[in-house]
Design a protein around this ligand. Structure first.
Ligand SMILES: NC(=O)c1ccc[n+]([C@@H]2O[C@H](COP(=O)([O-])OP(=O)(O)OC[C@H]3O[C@@H](n4cnc5c(N)ncnc54)[C@H](OP(=O)(O)O)[C@@H]3O)[C@@H](O)[C@H]2O)c1
Length: 324
């Protein structure tokens, strides 16, 4: 096996999409309990854009190379994996490369008959939605999930997982085309937030029990207004403002719970726990065709800059994937 590999680097350490370029890098070597994966495809996620711009540094110990998820073939096995196995995996970084190293417990089998491009689009959003909607948000069958950014990578996954779990889904998006796409993707109700008041529509539909929110401050009052008694608002980002003014009386009256989480800095054991939960709960949904990763576009690894520009343009539906 060659000692060097192609990986994507950021010229100057941070910068615009055009700063991404292919370079020669040392192939990573697996440590105890880690596997080496020959990467076939790597998912592109919005956190990668933030890291590229210098706003989301990798946690201690994580590779500096971008890339939070891959699918490919095991070259050096550990744990339950042996050379030749096909896997997809949640990474702390390092996915935009020909080879990646990961804790064996953070790799999962390819569910159903998915190809590696679609499998690479699964881990980051499925782990995030599972942790936030089903664990922090405790969504149950028969309840209503309100998900903002319904056509995003996270949003498309949240719609499918909530429907598979027997919940009702109301999805928002900015524009009539995004509203139409959210309905196509299985949302029961969709809202064009450019033209419609989502709080009024959600209240008329019976209110929301769980809100998965990546927008933050600009949607907070309406989220709280649309929330049912005992409802949960779960934050995974704050793209529309990060400081909330919280009316305490209303929180008390609604017995509302506001929470949120990040995935990447969680401990290796915590990610292993999540991986086992995801494999038990969400992988059967993928195998049954209830949870289909939506891939909007693929780019060769060397065109990571174009992939980032595509995601930044914001017209995508679902995921962008790099093919290695
Ligand atoms: N906490 C975690 O563990 C975790 C893990 C993964 C991702 N995330 C975060 O989750 C978010 C989605 O990730 P992704 O990879 O799915 O990204 P993505 O596909 O690029 O989607 C971004 C979404 O954000 C929406 N948006 C951006 N600014 C907005 C604003 N001011 N008001 C309303 N909507 C706005 C867009 O809505 P429109 O479609 O309406 O334009 C779009 O749907 C990102 O912020 C990412 O950092 C968090």
């Amino acid at each position: 096996m060659a000692e060097m590999m192609t990986a994507i680097a950021i010229e100057g350490g941070k910068g615009p999409a055009q700063a991404l370029h292919a370079t020669e890098a040392l192939r990573p070597a697996p440590g105890p309990g880690e596997i080496l994966i020959k990467v076939a495809a790597a998912g592109v996620n919005r956190p990668d854009l933030l890291q590229r711009m210098g706003f989301y540094p990798p946690p201690p110990g994580a590779p500096a190379t971008l890339g939070l998820e891959v699918a490919g073939e095991v070259v050096v096995g550990a744990g339950r994996w042996k050379a030749g196995d096909k896997v997809c995996a949640l990474l702390g970084g390092g996915g935009y490369a020909e080879y990646a190293v990961v804790d064996a417990r953070h790799a999962l089998p390819i569910p159903g008959d998915l190809d590696l491009i679609h499998a690479a689009a699964l881990p980051e959003t499925v782990f995030t939605v599972f942790a936030n909607v089903f664990e922090h948000g405790a969504l149950k069958a028969g309840e209503t999930l309100l998900v903002h950014g319904g056509t995003s990578g996270i949003g498309t996954t949240a719609i499918a997982m909530a429907k598979a779990a027997g919940a009702k889904v109301i999805a928002t998006g900015r524009g009539a085309d995004k509203k139409a796409k959210a309905l196509e993707l299985g949302a029961d109700i969709a809202v064009d937030t450019k033209a419609e008041d989502f709080a009024e529509i959600v209240k008329a539909a019976g209110g929301a029990d769980v809100v998965l929110d990546m927008v933050g401050a600009s949607y907070f009052d309406k989220n709280l207004d649309a929330l049912n008694t005992g409802g949960r608002i779960v934050y995974i980002a704050s793209l529309g403002g990060s400081t909330l003014e919280v009316p305490v009386m209303k929180i008390m009256q609604k017995r509302a719970v506001i929470s949120g989480s990040t995935l990447r800095p969680r401990s290796a054991d915590e990610k292993a726990r999540l991986a086992a939960e995801v494999e038990g709960v969400a992988w059967p949904w993928v195998a049954a065709g209830q949870l289909k990763p939506i891939v909007d576009a693929t780019f060769p690894l060397a065109e990571a800059a174009q992939a980032h520009a595509h995601l930044e343009a914001g017209e995508h539906v679902g995921k962008v994937v790099l093919v290695v």
